[in-house]
Design a protein around this ligand. Structure first.
Ligand code: TYM
Length: 333
């Protein structure tokens, strides 16, 4: 009987940023002591958009190093590359036959990523949420820590699992629960508070990367867009529309593990140029040790690959068992 099992993943598509850290990795780390955890480098998801092989390899190693540097322990968690566990793609095909086209057509992330040129997007980008469902269901995960932007994909996963249960075996799949950070479920761009912080934003000033130096952090926060009004308790009122201000307050609140209201109280009346100094200091305190450790882990790629191989073997053992059960349920011999 499974009590609490976690699966989550990150695409190795570039340097991880503060959004990935606060939206996902920080929760990965906090769950590692209480749950059986599977953390995956979603490398097959990364190739839904054309990527140079050399760049992909670098991104995979950087992401693996970032997982470890942020505090994930390979003894407590199974850390692995998705492409090394073939049951993910095997199950994905079966789920392709369960999911409905209409369900995929509702996925907002596909619409955002494909943009106006939908016809030219890869089929992989379109069916990507089904592979993501397979990633979760192959481990019968009960909990999935993600940022708010993945919520719709999690709902799809639950719909697919429900339809599988209805079509074949009523109690087979457990419906996974998303674990989304309470106060900062979506970290926004430092240049535009209405856009999410993202690896693909052309401007590096829009994000804090986990590999940024102290000077880069100071410069990016100094240049972060805000407004001229001081900090007050009305920042989060719907009418205020102070999106950039809200974002900086929420970032501070999450990093310092306190509520946004407490941060507003502490800084009430201060200007954003004052507040930014405190925010840079806090970011440096939390992020710089991680960037130092990323360098350390990247100085021994052989060991990093070795750790991923060990993780993939463990993941494979578990996933293959599920795959055999599913084949039997579906009637494959
Ligand atoms: P990806 O690689 O885009 O993002 C990795 C994680 O970081 C979170 N995130 C954010 N959270 C808050 N604010 C932001 N600005 C921000 N940007 C990113 C994401 O929500 C995510 O949790 N499809 C997934 C990868 C994946 C996966 C899975 C996740 C593949 N299979 C199975 C969970 C379970 C993705 O593209 O994440």
């Amino acid at each position: 009987m499974i009590n609490k099992r976690v699966l989550s993943g990150i695409q190795p598509t570039g340097n991880l940023h503060l959004g990935n850290y606060l939206g996902a990795i920080k929760n990965f780390v906090s769950m590692q002591n209480d749950y059986e955890c599977y953390y995956m480098l979603a490398d097959l998801h990364a190739i839904t958009v054309k990527t140079e092989p050399k760049v992909l390899r670098e991104n995979i190693l950087n992401t693996a190093a970032s997982f470890l540097a942020a505090g994930l322990d390979t003894k407590k968690n199974v850390i692995f590359c998705q492409s090394n566990v073939s049951s993910h793609t095997h199950l994905s095909w079966i789920l392709n036959c369960i999911a409905r086209v209409g369900w995929l057509n509702r996925m907002t992330q596909f619409k955002e990523k494909a943009g106006s040129n939908k016809e030219k997007a890869s089929v992989g980008l379109y069916t990507y949420p089904i592979l993501m469902s397979a990633d979760i269901l192959i481990y019968k995960a009960t909990h999935v820590p993600v940022g708010d932007d993945q919520k719709q994909h999690l709902e799809l996963c639950r719909d697919i699992a429900t339809k599988f249960n209805n079509d074949y075996d009523n109690n087979y799949f457990i419906l996974p629960e998303p674990i989304i950070p309470k106060f900062v479920s979506r970290v926004m761009s430092l240049r535009d508070g209405t856009k999410k912080m993202s690896k693909s934003d052309e401007s590096d000033l829009s994000r804090i990367n986990l590999t940024d130096t102290k000077d880069q952090i100071i410069q990016k926060i100094k240049k972060a867009k805000t407004d001229n009004d001081p900090i007050d308790e009305k920042i989060f009122d719907e009418k205020s529309k102070r999106y950039e201000a809200q974002n900086l307050i929420k970032i501070y609140s999450n990093l310092n593990s306190e509520t946004p209201d407490k941060v507003l109280n502490n800084f009430n009346g201060k200007t954003f140029s004052d507040f930014k100094k405190y925010l840079s200091d806090l970011l440096i305190e939390k992020i710089s040790p991680i960037s130092e450790k990323i360098k350390k882990y990247r100085s021994d790629d052989k060991e990093l690959i070795n750790l991923l191989t060990i993780g993939s073997e463990k993941a494979n053992n578990n996933a293959e068992k599920t795959m055999l059960e599913i084949k039997k349920i579906v009637g494959l011999v």
